[in-house]
Write a protein that binds this ligand. Structure first.
Ligand SMILES: C[S@@+](CC[C@H](N)C(=O)[O-])C[C@H]1O[C@@H](n2cnc3c(N)ncnc32)[C@H](O)[C@@H]1O
Length: 282
């Protein structure tokens, strides 16, 4: 196959499911994944002949995409904060909103000693922070052993050192005596009742334990994070969490009721209340 033939095959197979821009993105990702063809080569070397060795895997990946498998799972890779992450069905695909949370933390916490990322999944938050905060010791935890394995792999691939804990943040535990200068978390926060509005590629493929909380106790992870912070956040430490845009006020109130004197909401690029910073005092 040539580059042009690959592009035509993708268009033919996926045009009913994806718009032109999405098809271009998928084409670039598949060409790079299987044949290391860059974006520039894609535009100027349309007749380049590609190694046949990957033809079968390429066609299989089109079938997976037709079945709504997210492209990141098809190529086992996601980009986050300019870094490459290995992903599979055991971890959430890192989202652009979470890059904004990471950016907020990096900007405001230069030179701090310790951070813990709660619910690390692929490790995207912890790894991106470690990569950009060279003098900060990074810790991360998740309940899922498989997620921790992925996160460890991603830390190694990105050449950063992180201490991982496999722990349940919802159960009382004293897995550490450390006081952290910063707690970061993107915990599960999508209400079960919101499933109806979600796309098949999220619902059928991404781990539900990473996404959903019962409507009856939608803020349970924030309560656990607050309790953890009361024990493990340094006096002048800060918490940064990603939040459900529909529960911004409730999440703020939860931390206030737990005794935290300072909370600050931040909108994401889509103008939705998406992040919250919390401190003991102003
Ligand atoms: C929304 S995902 C976030 C993953 C990653 N930090 C990111 O931003 O892409 C939430 C993560 O919390 C983890 N998690 C769920 N329940 C947990 C619990 N009780 N204790 C610790 N981690 C938990 C899930 O395994 C999942 O990796």
């Amino acid at each position: 196959m040539t580059v042009a033939e690959v592009a035509d095959k993708i268009k033919l197979k996926l045009h009913q499911q994806f718009n032109a821009n999405e098809i271009r993105q998928i084409t670039l990702l598949l060409l790079r994944h299987f044949w290391q063809i860059s974006e520039t080569e894609f535009y100027i070397e349309k007749q380049k002949k590609l190694n046949e060795q990957f033809d079968t895997s390429f066609l299989q990946s089109l079938n997976l995409l037709q079945q709504h498998t997210p492209i990141q799972y098809v190529i086992s890779t996601a980009e986050f904060y300019g870094l490459k992450f290995s992903v599979d069905e055991n971890v959430l695909i890192p989202r652009p909103e979470t890059e904004e949370l990471v950016n907020w933390i990096i900007t405001e916490n230069k030179g701090i000693k310790t951070i813990i990322d709660i619910g690390t999944g692929s490790g995207c938050i912890a790894v991106a922070l470690a990569k950009n905060m060279k003098h900060t010791k990074m810790y991360a935890l998740d309940i899922s052993e498989k997620a921790i394995k992925k996160a460890e792999q991603n830390a190694e691939n990105n050449d950063v050192c992180i201490d991982f804990f496999c722990n349940d943040i919802l159960s009382e535990n004293d897995f550490t005596q450390i006081k952290f200068d910063c707690i970061a978390s993107n915990p599960p926060y999508v209400c079960e009742s919101e499933k109806a509005k979600m796309k098949q590629n999220v619902l059928n493929f991404e781990p539900h334990s990473a996404l959903f909380v019962p409507d009856s106790d939608a803020l349970k992870f924030y309560r656990a994070i607050a309790d953890f912070a009361i024990l493990h956040l340094a006096d002048k430490g800060k918490i940064y969490v990603e939040i459900n845009e529909n529960l911004a006020e409730e999440t703020q109130n939860l931390f206030k009721q737990k005794g935290f004197g300072y909370t600050e909401l931040k909108k994401d690029l889509n103008n939705k209340n998406r992040m919250l910073k919390i401190k003991f005092t102003d």
